[in-house]
Structures are given as structure tokens and as C-alpha cells.
Write a protein that binds this ligand. Structure first.
Ligand SMILES: CC(C)(COP(=O)(O)OP(=O)(O)OC[C@H]1O[C@@H](n2cnc3c(N)ncnc32)[C@H](O)[C@@H]1OP(=O)(O)O)[C@@H](O)C(=O)NCCC(=O)NCCS
Length: 182
């Protein structure tokens, strides 16, 4: 079921056929959490989630993705408002639209991660984890940068511990060489 809410000149829609994927890709590939994400992956991630777009006419102004089973759990991701439209309450409106969506009622848990927009989410009812010790994660920050570096055939610079190990090996072998020659 596709939702459409209006607050002229803006509207919120969950119909992904109206989204501007190029714009969304530009935002996300430049974001701090998905730097360098390939366009095809953005497209797949939109297909696999319940997405909310803010439009001004045909212009994409905002986005949020809700990754959910539609019954017990939802993860809120990729919340973005175009720089030109920030500070006008659009993200707050987006949060209200998301939490009021008929397919997202009665969930046991909502999760999200943010570096600095806690105030936005606190206004929508999110709180810091009450028991962070019960959560675990597999986290791969920078995954798109290393993938694209690999695709470009660049060698990644060695990790600091690998550098230390290499230096120690060089020192040991030069000592051995000095002992052997002296
Ligand atoms: C964060 C973002 C979505 C907010 O959009 P916005 O439309 O300007 O936000 P709103 O005008 O609806 O502001 C809603 C509330 O969030 C607060 N807020 C907005 N951006 C914030 C930020 N970067 N850090 C802290 N608080 C922020 C506002 O002060 C406001 O609080 P108030 O209601 O208590 O006054 C937007 O700045 C953005 O897209 N930033 C870049 C991408 C990003 O960081 N996304 C969030 C990833 S978790």
C-alpha cells in the first residue's frame, strides 16, 4: 500500500517509481555512513525496503529507508534531507509519517544508528540503548571504499601492525647477517 501525504509544496510518498535514484545515489555515496556506495546497490537497497521519499514537485528533497519484516522489527536507515531544504522541519515530518505508517504499527523494536542527529530521533521517541551489552554487530565501515579500490586494482596500504612486523623482520635479518659476516 503506497502512502501519500501533502504539505505543499512538499509531499511524502512511498512509491519508489517516483524517486530520483541519481539524486539519492549522490546523497548516499557522499554520506559519512555509505561513502562510495555503488549506484546498483542503492537501487537494490531501495527495492528491498519500505522507503519514504520527500518530493517537491518532481524534485527529490528527502529520503528514509525502513528495513522491516512488517510485523516485529524495523531498522531506520539512510535518512537524508537535501541541504537546500534543511532546517524546515522536513525530517521531523518524515519521522512522523514513518511511525504512523499502517504497516509499521505494533512493532516490538525499532533501531537506528546516528553520529550526530540524536535530537531528531529523540523527538520521534527513540532513546539510547537501555542495554547495549545485549547487542552485537557485524560492522564493515568503509566497505564500499575498499571494494572500489579493489576494483580499480589499487593495493591497500598495510595495516600498522603489519608494518611493525615487517620492520621487526628486517631488523632481525640484518642482525643475523651482521653476526654471520662478523
Ligand atoms: C539530519 C537531517 C536529516 C535533518 O533534516 P532537517 O529537515 O534539517 O531536520 P528538521 O528541520 O526536521 O529538524 C528536526 C530536529 O532535528 C534537529 N537536527 C536536525 N539536524 C540535526 C543534526 N545534524 N544534528 C543534530 N540535530 C539535528 C533539529 O534541531 C530539530 O530539532 P528540534 O525539533 O528540537 O528543533 C539533515 O540535516 C541531513 O540530511 N543531514 C545529512 C545526512 C544525515 O546526517 N542524516 C542523518 C543520518 S542518521
Amino acid at each position: 500500500m503506497s502512502v501519500r501525504l501533502k504539505r505543499p509544496p512538499f509531499e511524502i510518498t512511498t512509491d519508489p517509481s517516483r524517486f530520483d535514484l541519481d539524486q539519492i545515489w549522490r546523497w548516499l555515496s557522499g554520506s559519512y555512513w555509505a561513502t562510495g556506495i555503488p549506484r546498483a546497490l542503492v537501487e537494490r537497497s531501495i527495492r528491498g525496503a519500505l522507503c519514504f521519499g520527500i518530493l517537491e514537485g518532481r524534485r527529490q528533497v528527502g529520503l528514509a529507508r525502513v528495513i522491516t519484516d512488517g510485523a516485529t522489527f524495523a531498522y531506520l536507515a539512510d535518512v537524508f534531507v537535501d541541504e537546500s531544504a534543511r532546517g524546515r522541519g522536513l525530517a521531523r515530518w518524515l519521522m512522523q509519517a514513518i511511525l504512523a505508517h499502517p504497516e509499521l504499527q505494533g512493532l516490538r523494536r525499532w533501531l537506528l544508528a546516528t553520529r550526530d542527529a540524536h535530537r531528531l530521533y529523540a523527538g520521534a521517541g527513540f532513546r539510547p540503548l537501555a542495554h547495549p551489552e545485549v547487542f552485537m554487530e557485524i560492522n564493515r565501515p568503509g566497505i564500499y571504499q575498499s571494494n572500489s579500490a579493489m576494483m580499480r586494482g589499487e593495493r591497500s596500504s598495510p595495516a600498522p601492525h603489519a608494518k611493525r612486523q615487517a620492520r621487526a623482520t628486517r631488523v632481525r635479518s640484518s642482525r643475523r647477517a651482521r653476526r654471520a659476516s662478523g
